[in-house]
Design a protein around this ligand. Structure first.
Ligand code: MN
Length: 423
């Protein structure tokens, strides 16, 4: 697990002024990676303030120092962070400023982003006990949590081909609906389209088929984190998932934010794992002292909605929830170790998402399924419009950041998507 080191020093400032704004997502302590298109080619970038540094070109200059040019984006380790901070820091020399300022910086808002890595595989967990309980209560009021929950980090294999970048429109999926239980199902556009506020992490180095990853080494295999919206069609999901797991109710789209924050940048925000109290602890292979003490991450998450009418009338997006990654029942290390515990091989660039990150409070419910109790309790938008599930042209905006006294705020950018009518 990463320790706090010189790269987290809050007094480090950049000569790129926008990075020094207190509310910037991307101060010089963050340095998240992304991938963008330039003249039809994919380029690896590092976000700083309102800009993106052409990372590959940076590597070809003398400024990169000892950093190795292997696996590029996944190689942003301590040494590379230090080299980047020297070149982007306020004390760098004029030559470096000129070289970077004139040739290697791009304006963040001008770029077209693509997936940060080649995502071989995508797995989605179900690691919020609050989300699992809220959802379970809808279907089994007396017995919301199934008996395996406190032992098994529950997950399913998602679909990587339909992962899209923030800002991409999402077409309302069509599928089988059997809300009229007296009649056979019908194939129609989903009437219960939902979002799930999640956080994803990318595998940095994998394991061989047949080998496992001990919990003590789990985080060495994790590169960094990004925001994820696991769009979900509840009507399709409810009818098809008997008895197997999520399929077409999920695989129509998953949106990710473009910036992947290296795990090292999050060292100041590590917190103890979920407090199980008297509940049975995890099995031995998921138990580890460092994981108990520092396996959690204090990361604040926010979800907003903006209807078309709201956007047309310039009304600010409406806050749907605020929740925190530290409330997950399982840590990211436990998810990774459990994933490989049967010998399943993970590959660099695999995306593993946490599941909906809900909290215990009413305003910490991170999906409409929970907020409206599966559509039974609609809520009102500032325009007077009501919502049970998402309507066409609704936009969902997700944000995330870490903040703590004595450290710079580390942000994750935004994960956005607008729903388009079904084809
Ligand atoms: Mn999910």
């Amino acid at each position: 697990m990463h320790n706090i080191n010189e790269t987290h020093n809050k007094d480090l400032e950049s000569w790129i002024e926008s990075a020094n704004e207190p509310e910037s997502d991307f101060p010089i302590q963050n340095l998240p990676v992304c991938q963008y298109l330039e003249a039809g080619e994919k380029k690896i970038g590092v976000a700083i303030g309102d800009s993106v540094l052409d990372f590959e070109a940076f590597f070809n200059t003398a400024l990169a120092k000892g950093g190795e040019k292997v696996d590029m984006a996944l190689a942003v380790d301590s040494n590379v962070r230090i080299a980047l901070q020297e070149a982007l820091g306020e004390n760098t020399n004029e030559e470096a400023k000129t070289l970077i300022g004139e040739h290697l910086l791009r304006k963040q808002s001008d770029l077209e982003y693509v997936k940060p890595f080649h995502i071989h595989d995508y797995t989605d967990f179900y690691c919020s006990i609050y989300h699992a309980t809220n959802v379970g209560r809808i279907f089994r009021p007396e017995n919301p949590l199934l008996p395996n929950y406190r032992y098994v980090p529950i997950g399913y294999h998602g679909r990587s081909s339909s992962i899209v970048m923030s800002g991409s429109d999402v077409v309302r999926p069509k599928g089988q609906n059997r809300s009229d239980t007296e009649n056979p199902p019908v194939y129609i556009p989903s009437k219960a389209l939902d979002y799930e506020m999640e956080v994803g992490f990318f595998v940095g180095s994998g394991n061989k088929l047949g080998e496992t990853i001990p919990i003590s080494k789990a985080e060495e295999h994790i590169f960094g984190l990004c925001l994820v919206n696991d769009w979900s069609a509840r009507d399709i999901q409810g009818w098809e998932a008997q008895p197997l797991g999520p399929f077409l109710g999920k695989s129509f789209a998953t949106t990710i934010a473009p910036f992947v924050v290296p795990l090292e940048a999050l060292a100041p925000f590590r917190v103890p794992e979920y407090d199980r109290g008297d509940e049975p602890g995890p099995l031995e292979y998921l138990k580890n002292d460092i994981n108990s003490k520092k396996g959690g991450i204090d990361m604040k998450l926010e979800v907003y909605i903006a209807s078309k009418q709201m956007r047309d009338e310039n009304i600010e997006p409406h806050l749907l929830s605020r929740s925190n990654l530290k409330d997950l029942y399982w840590t990211i290390g436990q998810m990774l170790t459990h994933h490989a515990s049967n010998g399943c091989n993970l590959n660099p660039g695999d995306l593993i998402a946490t599941g909906t990150v809900s909290g215990n409070e009413n305003d910490e419910k991170a999906s409409l399924l929970e907020i409206t109790k599966r559509g039974k309790e609609p809520f009102e938008l500032p325009t007077g419009e009501t919502r049970r599930f998402l309507e066409d042209y609704d936009e969902i905006i997700m944000k995330g950041f870490c903040g703590r006294e004595g450290y710079r705020r580390i942000g994750f950018g935004e994960c956005r998507g607008v729903i388009l009518p079904a084809n």
